[in-house]
Design a protein around this ligand. Sequence first.
Ligand SMILES: Cc1ncc(COP(=O)(O)O)c(C=O)c1O
Length: 446
Amino acid sequence: MAEAIGDAIAAGRLTDGERLPPQRNLAFRLGLSLNTVSRAYAEAIGRGFVRGEVGRGTFVRAAGPLPAVAPVAGLDRPDGGVIDFSLNLPAPGAGAEALAATLAAIGGSGDLARHLDHRPGDRVDGHAAAAAAWLGRLGLDTDPDEMVVTAGAQHGLTVALLALTLPGDAVLVEALTYAPAKALARHLGLKLVPVAMDVAGLSPAALDAACRATAARTLYCLPTLHTPTTVTMPTDRRAEIAAIARTHDLTIVEDDVFGFLPPTRPPPLAQVAPERTVFVSSVSKCLAPGLRVGYLRIPAKHRAAVRAAVHLTCWMPPPLMAEIATRWITDGTAERLNAHQRAEAETRQAIAARLLPADAISADPHGFHLWLQLPPPWRADAFRAAAERRGVRVVTAETFAVDPPQAPQSVRLCLTHETARERVEAGLSVIAGLLEDPAESGELVV
Ligand SMILES: Cc1ncc(COP(=O)(O)O)c(C=O)c1O
């Protein structure tokens, strides 16, 4: 229908400013549901053929297609000064044009009041259904009833821990973990128990021993593109971890926030052990972090507690933002933006692979970050300070360590936060230079 409207304008059968029939009349005339006609009008608005005017109707656009959008205009990211490799964020800007079209389509949909009402944001408007379909792309069989929409993965992690733990509980985690998880545990009064990792991720023997040594019943882990080490746990290791979780009746909180970046990947732990895994995902890395939309897939026994925690923390995530994500998942925009992030990560990782010594880095070709093991005599704190003095910001292993004195002499570099590839290249050249010339490595840094 949207296309037919466009064709009619192109052929001169519809002219500038002409009013389209009311949606209800057209639906009756064509024998379609009102919803179908509403969606077609919204699509025609999104394509710039028509515009909606509240209370008046839908009119053929006098101004032609939507105005051009400058993809990275108005960003707060630096384009001068310190080259910032400290923030694990996606490459910016790719969604700006899509957002212009989607906002226009939503604006013209004629039922905006529903986005302003107080409602349970997790089971409305097909949001949960779109989320379930989206997670299905990871190899995760998901029913919409298992889904809860959150305001991002950070919120997802918060409500998962609120639902699963009480102050004083022990929670098992990889010995190096997502730094805000440490802060969250501190605020919730949880005791994090570090579990050793090897080249395939969480060590089964160490996990088994930690379960026996503590009363912990919860494990928080990052099996795919672990931050900071970049390790993706292979399929057989996932089976071992799931088996140990069953033996000790652990609930797993699986943080899969980077899970859409690799084109192929092992099945989530939530697929291997669905009965005991809370799966934490969001659109922040694969689409855009500013949407603040996250998706939790929750085993039946924890669903009510997690929903209660969502209500406690925010009543509901903003339905308008979930609506944007839903439309992007449904119309293919999400797939396109995800592919863009993947390609940009690949390009930037290729620059790093060219400039940095292969034996010092751990990286995934589709990851945003890389892990740099510093050659002796470098210590991580001295390296961080020397890089900062040369205008490059990195984060040391201590930030991620549950037990900071045990942190390795390593730093994490995030390659996609910088807008310009040239700045990534310049920053990595500084890092490479420091590795080759450890003259400053002995300097004490406070
Ligand atoms: C490992 C990890 N988990 C969770 C999050 C939170 O993501 P969101 O922006 O969806 O809240 C991040 C964001 O940096 C992250 O790196």
